[in-house]
Design a protein around this ligand. Structure first.
Ligand SMILES: *[C@@H]1O[C@H](CO)[C@@H](O)[C@H](O)[C@H]1NC(C)=O
Length: 348
């Protein structure tokens, strides 16, 4: 959610040993330090040949992860998403991202589907016994092509973009069900983008926006830092010999955003006010349900290996089916039932 320890720095010794790319989804950050340290120890102690077994242990570990409920609410009412396209966005790219969001509660695509992926998120409940809703819809959209707040946003500036959309009446204030998503176009710089974050979620402040509303920001990294934020569709140049995967919808930046958006939405729904589901003792640096599974897209994933995913007839990698015949590659999330990272393309 908020940048913290660098995932890259913590993982680098493991990577150098294992000579494989590091997993990064939405944020370059670590899980709890002891969790990461244990992960590094297991990989280092066993040598490079143990990558898979250590990953399996990571994937299946319950003893190292202390995900806890902190008494706050989850998004249990049907979720109304409000999209703010900030900067110029081609219609085709908006359609890919919108189709992903609409797939989250669409039962028709064949398994493994995006709706099945969301069903793991819907396993989280709050102290009233209400689960995260399985119903996710796009309620309204605003397209701010002209960059009214400029081409470089601070973190608080993202809230001002939402404030503008509400004040102008482009989007309604939806207290019961609303979640606001700010999606910045390729040329927009955002504070910490590409360095400490590829996306984040939080809630708006009454002093800036007039209301407390859950929101997330995700940036298109295609131009600025695909090797940081659109992994595994781009890999860092120093990782010679590691091939990038082909993006299922043909755009590295947009397909990379899909997984980051999924990551943020899963966390926003299970921890909207940052007082519900997270691991770690520090609420300013919570480790949430998607943070625990960064870089894991299939069985065996972790420690720099995506895990087993599928390829379509054009060689494009995916692990979820969505609406309109689309395919997506989305990281797994932590399941409170099996106490491991889980996705509908699991082999076991
Ligand atoms: C609600 O959450 C509980 C606890 O994780 C789970 O057992 C139950 O299956 C969930 N219900 C739905 C409809 O997902």
């Amino acid at each position: 959610m908020i940048s913290k320890l660098s995932f890259l720095l913590l993982l680098l010794p493991t990577l150098l040993l294992a000579a494989s790319p590091f997993p990064r989804g939405s944020k370059i950050k670590a899980a709890t330090a002891d969790f990461q340290a244990a992960r590094m120890r297991s990989a280092q102690g066993a040598g490079s040949g143990a990558l898979l077994s250590s990953s399996k242990r990571y994937e299946g570990s319950s003893d190292l992860v202390h995900l806890r409920y902190h008494m706050g609410p989850v998004l249990s009412s049907p979720i109304n998403l409000y999209l703010i396209w900030y900067g110029p966005w081609p219609a085709a790219h908006r359609a890919t991202l919108r189709d992903f969001l609409l797939s989250l509660s669409d039962p028709s695509p064949p398994p493994p589907s995006a709706a099945q992926w969301w069903s793991t998120v819907a396993l989280y409940s709050d102290q009233t016994g209400a689960n995260v809703s399985r119903r996710v819809s796009v309620a309204a959209e605003a397209h701010l092509r002209g960059l009214p707040r400029g081409a470089s946003l601070t973190r608080l500036g993202v809230q001002l973009v939402i404030a503008d959309a509400l004040a102008s009446g482009s989007l309604p204030v939806d207290h019961g069900r609303g979640a606001y998503l700010v999606l910045t176009s390729p040329g927009v710089a955002v504070q910490d983008f590409c360095r400490a974050a590829c996306g984040f979620h939080y809630f708006t402040f009454p002093s800036l926006v007039g209301h407390t509303l859950p929101y997330a920001w995700v940036g298109h990294s295609g131009v600025q830092c695909p090797d940081v934020c659109a992994y595994p569709f781009a890999v860092p140049t120093y990782m010679t010999g590691v091939g990038a995967m082909r993006p299922p919808n043909g755009d590295v930046g947009v397909d990379g955003m899909v997984s980051v958006l999924a990551h943020e939405l899963a966390e926003l729904s299970t921890n909207p006010l940052v007082n519900a589901w997270y691991a770690g003792e520090d609420p300013t640096a919570p480790t949430e349900i998607a943070d625990l599974c960064e870089g894991v897209y299939g069985t065996g994933g972790g420690g720099g290996y995506t895990g087993q995913v599928s390829k379509d007839e054009l060689g494009r990698s995916y692990n979820l089916n969505g609406r309109n015949g689309r395919k997506f590659l989305v990281q797994w999330v932590w399941s409170p039932i099996v106490k491991a990272c889980r996705g509908p393309n699991a082999m076991d």
